[in-house]
Ligand binder design. Sequence first.
Ligand code: GDP
Ligand code: IMO
Ligand code: MG
Length: 392
Amino acid sequence: MAKNIAIIGCEFGDEGKGKIIDFLAEKADVIARFNGGNNAGHTIVVNNKKIVLHLIPSGILRKSSVNIIGNGVVVDPKVLFEEIKNLERSGVKVSPSNLIVSQNAHVILQKYIDEDRKAGASIGTTGRGIGPAYAAKASRTGLRVIDYINQNQEFAKQLRPFVKDTSLLINQFLEKNKKILFEGAQGTLLDIDHGTYPYVTSSNAIAGGICTGLGISPKKIGKAIGVAKAYVTRVGNGPLPTEIKDKVGEGIQKKGNEFGSTTGRKRRIGWFDVLIAKYSAEINGFDSIVITKLDVLSGLQKVKICTGYKFNNKIIKNFTTDLSILESCQPIYEELNGWKEDISKIRNYNNLPENAKKYLKRIEESTGVKISIVSLGPERSQTIILRREDLF
Ligand code: GDP
Ligand code: IMO
Ligand code: MG
């Protein structure tokens, strides 16, 4: 059994982290975000009701959980209070007893949003001021939450009761053996250091970001689980070697409802990329991965997984962040037979169609990483656990 678990995006974000965090949060005491800001959009569906969280951790729907916005997050106070209002409209109570904001997190100012809307166009950013806010932090011209609430600013008074030294708090929780879920935003390939730079976000989305983004020791993280889609998607610009540009891609896009939860933009679609999954598993040290949206692939005659890139007559087996290769390589595919059945109501692995099981097995074999959970729909109940030992 795991004590603390890091949930990390394996690809380009939107892998379904929100659903998985909310699912696992049933047994967690604390859920802590360590990176990003309201560029994130984490969707949770409970009894057909959809809630999209941008800043507040995805444990907030679980009554007994404490949710922490860590120092590595950039906070737009206006967005935070809009989100709290939205949650309260849906009957979810948010107060300083279930939401705590780090005093060292940096504040997103309007001028950062204005700057991002101009300068971020070539990257296809979310336009939420994320890049400029982190740039200001690194240049030491930023504004920390603690300094914001000590001044007379618009949301300062409202924010004050939520603010604490969250590093101290999390270390106290660790001391008391509380179960902590570390909630990653974005994904490994959007990480500022290890992603497809410059087509990345401006924070560390990998598990390494947990230590700096929350103020805890690497020794305390525990298990790391990657969330990967049964296919890949990407919003915004940048290379996507396995991109499907024909009707099959369009079909997956429609069936998977692949529109950005933050900006509403169409997500680009690609086949599952083993090189990416292996790269992510290595950088984050995944104990296992979760495969989401397997239901979306139902009905396809053939499904493909990419096991190599061909570039200049050479075969590349390891992912690279060299854009000149990523942008012009030819993916090498393994083709598997698809399955016709609707699998969204299946609750037992053994009842999955043989070809769906073969697809999952091939992912395990080719990546060398075990699958701990398979997700077959957005609801909590549409989840099959394969490896309990990696979970709470
Ligand atoms: P996140 O940013 O990683 O939390 O992912 P998003 O919430 O942005 O995008 C994932 C989308 O897929 C959301 O609309 C989820 O409700 C939905 N989703 C999650 N898991 C599944 C699944 O297994 N099947 C289907 N069909 N949808 C899912
Ligand atoms: P979640 O947490 C998908 C992408 C943007 C753009 C790039 C930089 O929901 O998985 P930014 O506004 O961060 O400067 O944009 O990163 N991006 C995401 N894509 N999911 C996200 O978050 C993302 N957050 C940022 O589309 O390409
Ligand atoms: Mg998202």
